[in-house]
Design a protein around this ligand. Structure first.
Ligand SMILES: Nc1ncnc2c1ncn2[C@@H]1O[C@H](COP(=O)(O)OP(=O)(O)OP(=O)(O)O)[C@@H](O)[C@H]1O
Ligand SMILES: [Mg+2]
Length: 360
């Protein structure tokens, strides 16, 4: 490490209560908590939860990877997930990895009810496709993308990183008495990014931890609140406030930023769920009226769970013959619900209207 690189000593958690619970923070916590509770309620009323999870998780995988400039199209992604052995770009692979890593963490949490430091390592491994693990060689610094200037030097010593991580995971698993978990979410996210335990993938691993923390604290039941879109839109502030907190140890603005992210994202997600639900109801009606012979509610729901569908999915899901499955899909193409596209030897049936909603 050069003499001139700024080094800020990273304190262990928790910060002093009066530094994080200011009046402005408490006010914004209320707004965020209300919006999030509403989202939790609405998500709970969706009959087929995997439908929602699938669609929204993929959006998040795409968004979160975009922060790292991994750009893929929705079309590429769905094809990658739907067509077996399709050759996919490195970018698409990364987004698919993000989704795998998220479900990996979600399952661990469901089964154990807590996370271990090793589970975070596992999540990062799913993301990055290598086994480098926790940083053990010094040299990692955070630079300003444009100017190349070093803005933050995370802890370099492996033992220090491990100590900080074990302090982090203690506070992740066990909530502070009386401190709102939403305030703690902001603190934990800052802390994780500042420990910066890996050579790469710290941002994405940290964003996955955010969602898992909300689930752990029962603030949502399924992984559907994603802050990445908000972070992309406010990337400059996001970096600026991380930096500022490093330098000044002043938490308020950072916590307010994260609380605002929770509030705005909850409201946007509620809007999205409602739009999806209306489309589902409209589609069910359409099939019932236009194609009564093939109408099955589960068939329509499948098209929302798998917006890129294929005969095989229908066969497995509805336990019908290939011929029948193919007839169903073709019929729905005729009535304009689906659009077909040939990819290699496979024909995909795309729920276009749903894809349009998800893209927004
Ligand atoms: N000054 C800072 N202090 C603490 N953390 C920071 C600071 N600047 C950036 N970060 C964090 O570092 C992350 C980037 O680290 P890294 O490249 O390891 O993660 P990534 O997942 O590959 O990238 P990205 O987050 O851009 O998708 C940012 O997302 C941010 O959370
Ligand atoms: Mg990176």
């Amino acid at each position: 490490m050069g003499q001139d690189t700024p080094f800020y000593h990273l304190e262990k958690l928790p910060p002093k209560r009066e530094q994080v619970e200011t009046i402005a923070v408490l006010r914004q916590t209320n707004r965020a908590a209300t919006a999030l509770a509403e989202l939790k309620g609405i998500a709970g009323t969706i009959p087929n939860q995997s439908m929602l999870i699938n669609a929204i998780v993929l959006q998040e995988a795409q968004g979160s990877s975009e922060i790292e400039n991994i750009i893929t199209t929705q079309d590429e992604l769905y094809k990658a997930l739907t067509v077996n052995k399709l050759a996919i770009s490195a970018e698409t692979k990364e987004v698919v990895n993000y989704r795998t890593a998220l479900f990996y963490g979600f399952n661990l949490l469901e089964n154990q009810g807590f996370l271990r430091v090793n589970d975070i390592v596992g999540i990062q491994q799913e993301l990055i496709d290598n086994t480098a693990g926790i940083r053990s060689t010094p040299g990692t610094v955070l630079k300003n993308d444009r100017t190349g200037e070093v803005v933050y030097t995370p802890p370099q010593d492996k033992q220090e990183i491990l100590d900080l991580l074990s302090n982090f995971i203690d506070h992740f698993n066990q909530n502070e008495p009386d401190l709102s978990p939403l305030i703690n979410l902001a603190i934990l996210h800052y802390q994780f990014e500042s420990i910066h335990p890996f050579y790469d993938g710290n941002g994405r691993a940290g964003r996955i931890l955010n969602i898992l923390y909300l689930i752990l604290n029962d603030l949502i039941d399924i992984p559907i609140l994603y802050l990445s879109a908000y972070i992309i839109e406010n990337k400059t502030d996001y970096y600026r406030l991380l930096n500022q907190t490093n330098k000044t140890g002043d938490w308020e603005e950072w916590i307010l930023f994260m609380l605002k992210a929770v509030e705005i994202t909850s409201l946007q997600t509620i809007g999205k769920i409602n739009t999806i639900r209306q489309l589902l109801e409209r589609t069910i009606e359409k099939v019932r009226i236009n194609s009564p012979k093939i109408y099955k509610k589960e068939l329509v729901e499948l098209l929302f769970e798998q917006p890129y569908s294929k005969i095989e999915f229908v066969v497995n899901h509805l336990k019908v013959e290939r011929k029948a499955a193919s007839r169903y899909l073709k019929e729905m193409e005729k009535t304009g619900i689906l659009e077909s596209q040939k990819v290699g030897r496979e024909t995909l049936y795309i729920n276009k209207e749903l894809i349009e909603i998800l893209k927004r």
